[in-house]
Design a protein. Structure first.
Length: 240
């Protein structure tokens, strides 16, 4: 029997009510929608975009994002949120970015939060990013690096039916160009596996903040890559 996505989401919402965590806090039903580990080889330009799977899941002050190495060890806290966000409808996004990321957007894009620490360069080839409660319960997990990642891929079943987000996406976390690693499902969709759920963006990544403002990733001004990007944009407009 086929289980409808709306029914799965309702079940997940029910689960989130009974999971351990701060009383009446709502932050569990969240995707790690998009991650970029660097732009044009500049690994100081990083961004992580979350997306709400359920209305009202905006109490981020009870959540954090961490990065882990290829063995699933040595966690680095990228951000420990200290506030919620004002917009909390289904599909609303939250953008956490490094200060250097602002140099690589086509138009000005204000991030909702600033990453406290960067994903270490040594983690980009294989590792995992976790969205979790301050108590350590993992609600979404993005592992990457294929066979190079040898750590755990398990977490809560709130967003993944069996609690196993693996196997990992086959490639590294992108950092050498303009592409990001992007979740392919809708805002309502749960995780099935990182391998099936994620793919590189077609062309430059586009990031969106909680206010709904979006901007494409571009090369740093004055680089040869900027010329290539301009040519790509011109070609795309002509083919419309």
């Amino acid at each position: 029997m086929r289980v409808e996505p709306a029914f799965r989401l309702a079940v997940a919402a029910g689960l989130s009510m009974v999971l351990a965590g701060p009383a009446s806090a709502s932050f569990y039903l969240m995707q790690i929608e998009q991650v970029i580990g660097g732009v044009d080889g500049d690994t100081s330009a990083q961004a992580i975009q979350l997306r709400m799977r359920f209305p009202g899941d905006s109490d981020l002050q009870f959540a954090r994002i961490r990065a882990w190495d290829a063995a699933g060890d040595n966690p680095i806290t990228l951000i420990d949120f200290d506030a919620g966000v004002p917009n909390n409808n289904l599909g609303d996004r939250i953008l956490a970015a490094s200060p250097g990321f602002a140099d690589y957007t086509e138009t000005a894009l204000a991030s909702d939060f600033t990453l406290t620490n960067l994903i270490p360069e040594s983690y980009l080839s294989a590792g995992r990013i976790t969205y979790e409660g301050d108590d350590g319960i993992i609600y979404w997990l993005l592992s990457f690096g294929g066979a190079g990642y040898m750590g755990p891929t398990t977490g809560s079943s709130a967003n993944d039916a069996d609690g196993d987000f693996g196997p990992p996406f086959v490639g590294p976390l992108p950092s050498s160009g303009l592409q990001s690693l992007l979740f392919q499902g809708t805002a309502m969709d749960p995780s099935t596996s990182n391998l099936a759920d994620y793919a590189l963006t077609v062309g430059p990544a586009v990031f969106t903040n909680n206010a709904g403002v979006s901007a494409a990733v571009v090369p740093e001004p004055g680089t040869l890559s900027l010329l290539a990007f301009s040519f790509w944009m011109l070609t795309r407009r002509r083919t419309r």
